[in-house]
Write a protein that binds this ligand. Structure first.
Ligand code: BGC
Length: 280
């Protein structure tokens, strides 16, 4: 073989090896974010967090019983004619695919193996994670928490208050710090974004409540960064300047897509963990 032919041979081999390795890290997962009012999904390229198609949103069924929500998950899967992996985010504590709390959802969810229920309804392999843990994953990988070491707390403000705690980018799952006691009651009942609407509070009044809540978290954890997410975070200019914390505090970057992207990422992390467990 001539030198040129040999060179060409090795270049082709190197290039195909590179393609093979890249394919190993490239994974497409359908992310689905199950919220109180809407269920949104889109296929996600987990390598870069990009949505591969326009989000599809349907209203959350009323009542949002396990079987009704499972049907909606199957609808989203059908919409994308999806045959691969699915990651779902839900507003509850999730242990091994089972829902363990039901603060803002029907109590009929308690103990339900949602991963299994959704897998059966959609004929796909489905993983399930807490919604704020999912959003936190997405922010840590591609958003406001990118390359941030130390202790980072993501707080989502909506119907409830969700929290996701990261130590050097490692999630401590299911922290549920929105239910800490503040002024004698569940903090989310006093300071969640929906309380501002329901009680018609001015931004200033509601910000004081949020500030008190964040000071409570700060006093317990002394984080290095707070990330504020949830629908209200797009209006961060109205309230973040009124927060008096000594800790840096920033709005989430991925906004509405964080739950979808994070649910997809969580599927991928779970897959890697499962592989490591099997190998070990
Ligand atoms: C739930 C959390 C959830 C948060 C945001 C709270 O009421 O207990 O699990 O992450 O709402 O949806």
């Amino acid at each position: 073989m001539s030198i040129a032919a040999r060179l060409q041979f090795w270049l082709i081999r190197l290039f195909s090896a590179h393609l093979g390795i890249a394919a190993l890290f490239r994974m497409k997962v359908l992310g689905i974010d199950i919220g109180g009012t809407g269920i949104k999904g889109a296929p996600v390229e987990t390598r870069n967090g990009k949505l591969l198609a326009r989000r599809y949103r349907i209203a959350t069924p009323k009542p949002a019983t396990p079987s009704a929500v499972a049907d909606s998950v199957a609808r989203v899967v059908r919409h994308f004619a999806w045959k691969g992996a699915v990651g779902c985010a839900v507003p509850a504590v999730v242990k091994d695919g089972r829902l363990r709390t039901a603060a803002n959802i029907s109590r009929s969810w308690l103990g339900v193996d949602a991963a299994r229920l959704f897998s059966e309804a959609s004929s796909c392999t489905v993983s399930v994670i807490n919604d704020t843990d999912a959003a936190g994953h997405a922010e840590m990988r591609f958003g406001a928490g990118r390359r941030r070491a130390g202790l980072v707390i993501m707080v989502t403000l909506g119907t409830g208050i969700g929290t996701a705690l990261f130590i050097n980018a490692q999630l401590v799952p299911n922290t549920e710090l929105g239910h800490l006691l503040l002024r004698g009651r569940d903090a989310e009942r006093w300071a969640a974004a929906i309380v501002r609407q329901n009680e018609k509070l001015s931004w200033k009044k509601w910000s004081r409540r949020l500030d008190a809540y964040l000071h409570l978290l700060h006093g317990y954890f002394w984080p290095d960064l707070f990330i504020i997410g949830g629908g209200i975070s797009k209006k961060w200019r109205k309230f973040l300047p009124l927060v008096t914390l000594p800790t840096p505090i920033v709005p989430a970057k991925l906004r509405n897509d964080a739950g979808i992207v994070g649910a997809a990422l969580a599927y991928e992390c779970g897959r890697r963990r499962r592989r490591r467990t099997r190998a070990g």
